[in-house]
Design a protein around this ligand. Structure first.
Ligand SMILES: Cc1cc2nc3c(=O)[nH]c(=O)nc-3n(C[C@H](O)[C@H](O)[C@H](O)COP(=O)(O)O)c2cc1C
Length: 198
């Protein structure tokens, strides 16, 4: 068992990363082992309706990259340069034969994967803003598999720093980048998350 402090450290290290070393690929077996983690997550109705397409070849990655939108708060940034692009993608799909809704299985599994990846120095970014229709067509996905999320993965090259957010309820929660290239992520304080203080 890991200690609570080790778990917290891992979670704190598990930040969204959007710039990677495009020359370092992730072996297919490692990507498969991330998906295996999903077997141990909780599942509404225990239906386990989520499946993954593993994109790990350069050819697949080059097809997927243009269909993604990066960092909505940085409209002037077109996303990672070719040498910074992710080297793998896991396309999380809902198998609609088991229902049209996966409740919160999607988020639980995404975090299980990103934590597992962080534990071995691999970074990720969960992406919801993508062209699901074209991804389905490009990857020839059968009709019953509906893409829900794309998890972009690779060995990160950017520094991401958590910042304590102002206590003020109107404080800005937008992430930002400083001229030194560091990506800053404001997080609300514990006090702000607890409704009843005593
Ligand atoms: C449901 C969800 C959807 C997201 N979609 C995108 C996205 O489309 N593009 C992107 O660049 N980041 C996306 N992100 C990453 C968030 O911007 C990121 O989690 C947030 O800025 C906080 O940073 P952190 O993950 O390091 O804590 C998404 C994250 C979540 C949980």
């Amino acid at each position: 068992m890991i200690t609570f402090d080790e778990y917290k450290r891992l979670l704190k290290s598990d930040r969204s990363v959007r710039r990677f070393d495009n020359s370092r690929r992730i072996p297919r077996e490692i990507l498969n082992s991330f998906i295996e983690l999903c077997r141990y997550t909780a599942s509404g109705r225990n239906a386990q309706p989520l499946k993954y397409y593993v994109a790990h070849t350069r050819e697949d990655c080059d097809k997927i990259f243009p269909l993604l939108k990066w960092a909505g708060y940085f409209p002037e940034w077109d996303g990672p340069e070719p040498e910074e692009q992710p080297t793998a993608y896991l396309i999380q799909c809902l198998d609609t034969r088991y229902g049209e809704n996966c409740l919160c299985d999607d988020g639980l599994q995404l975090q299980a994967i990103t934590l597992g990846a962080a534990s071995i120095g691999i970074n990720a970014c969960i992406i919801k803003a993508f062209d699901a229709h074209t991804i389905s067509e490009t990857l020839n996905l059968p009709e019953h598999l509906s893409p829900r999320y794309v998890l972009a993965m690779g060995y990160g090259t950017e520094r991401v720093k958590i910042e304590d957010m102002d206590e003020n309820e109107d404080a800005c929660f937008k992430y930002y980048r400083t001229p030194d290239g560091v990506h800053h992520v404001p997080k609300r304080s514990l006090q702000q998350l607890i409704i009843n203080k005593k």
